[in-house]
Design a protein around this ligand. Structure first.
Ligand SMILES: Cc1cc2nc3c(=O)[nH]c(=O)nc-3n(C[C@H](O)[C@H](O)[C@H](O)COP(=O)(O)OP(=O)(O)OC[C@H]3O[C@@H](n4cnc5c(N)ncnc54)[C@H](O)[C@@H]3O)c2cc1C
Length: 241
């Protein structure tokens, strides 16, 4: 089969937003994802002001603002005292905060906006190979289809088949130590309108409230649950860690 329709590979935030922006400009793209279902994980949960700007005309920003939580800045702590508060309130922007919204919800809202515009994500279909020759593109899909799309947008994440098929490098570096990430239910008196960063002797413990009593904890200390449970201070006690 031959098609001139642009092909978006991957229906994460990048692919979904790209499909939406193209649709707003009158271009109907085909969007595929190898996963049968959308993610159920919170993953990237910080929506930045510029993203809210960009999505505003699509109506998605309003919906994000309805269900997301505003993080108005960051408190920096040592175990026994607060060192500083960095507020975003004075930032010269209409949205002077970071919106906390789980990636699952962001993807759901973007998907709804696409559905309203007549675009359906084709799930369970992966790109298996892509090749370029004579100025054209040939894309092979897991369902046996071969396409010749006008453009392919590789939004297929960190292990991108698009990138690998085209022999593109992905240079970068990694921290030597492991970083831990938990979504956990906490009872705490921490200020939940701010991200709270505890600067400990052996690393950092970050607390971001997602919703209700669910918090994202990110840390590079050796044993974060132990650090929290033993309490570098009495500001938090854990539930469900
Ligand atoms: C546990 C976890 C926690 C995270 N926490 C944070 C965080 O707190 N903050 C932050 O900024 N980032 C976080 N991230 C990273 C964040 O999730 C990614 O940066 C973000 O998802 C990238 O979006 P994307 O749309 O580019 O790619 P992805 O969300 O990875 O989407 C890629 C999509 O492509 C699909 N796909 C892959 N290969 C193919 C193929 N061959 N054919 C068709 N479809 C394909 C996948 O199924 C997937 O749906 C986290 C990631 C994980 C795993």
């Amino acid at each position: 089969m031959t098609t001139e329709t642009p092909l978006i590979v991957g229906a994460g935030p990048t692919g979904l937003a790209a499909a939406l922006f193209l649709r707003e400009r009158g271009i109907l793209a085909r969007i595929i994802d190898s996963a049968d279902k959308p993610t159920t994980q919170s993953k990237a949960l910080g929506v930045n002001p510029r993203t809210l700007d960009l999505l505003e005309s699509t109506g998605v920003t309003d919906r994000m603002l309805e269900i997301g939580r505003m993080a108005r800045g960051m408190n920096l702590w040592r175990p026994d005292r607060k060192l500083a508060t960095i507020g975003l309130g004075d930032a010269d922007h209409r949205f002077p905060f970071m919106l906390v919204l789980s990636q699952m919800e962001s993807e759901r809202l973007l998907t709804e906006a696409l559905t309203e515009r007549g675009i359906t994500i084709e799930r369970g279909i992966g790109l298996t190979d892509i090749a370029t020759a004579d100025g054209g593109i040939t894309a092979t899909l897991s369902n046996g289809e071969t396409l010749t799309p006008s453009v392919v947008l590789g939004a297929d994440g960190a292990h991108s088949t698009v990138r690998k098929s085209l022999g593109r490098d992905f240079p970068g570096s990694a921290y030597p130590e492991p970083w831990y990430l938990y979504d956990a239910r906490l009872q705490t008196t921490l200020d939940d309108e701010f991200i709270n960063a505890f600067l400990l002797d052996d690393g950092v413990l970050l607390f971001i409230r997602i919703k209700d009593n669910l918090w994202r904890i990110v840390s590079n200390v050796v044993d974060p649950p132990h650090s929290i449970a033993t309490g570098h201070n009495d500001r938090f006690s854990t539930m469900g860690l």
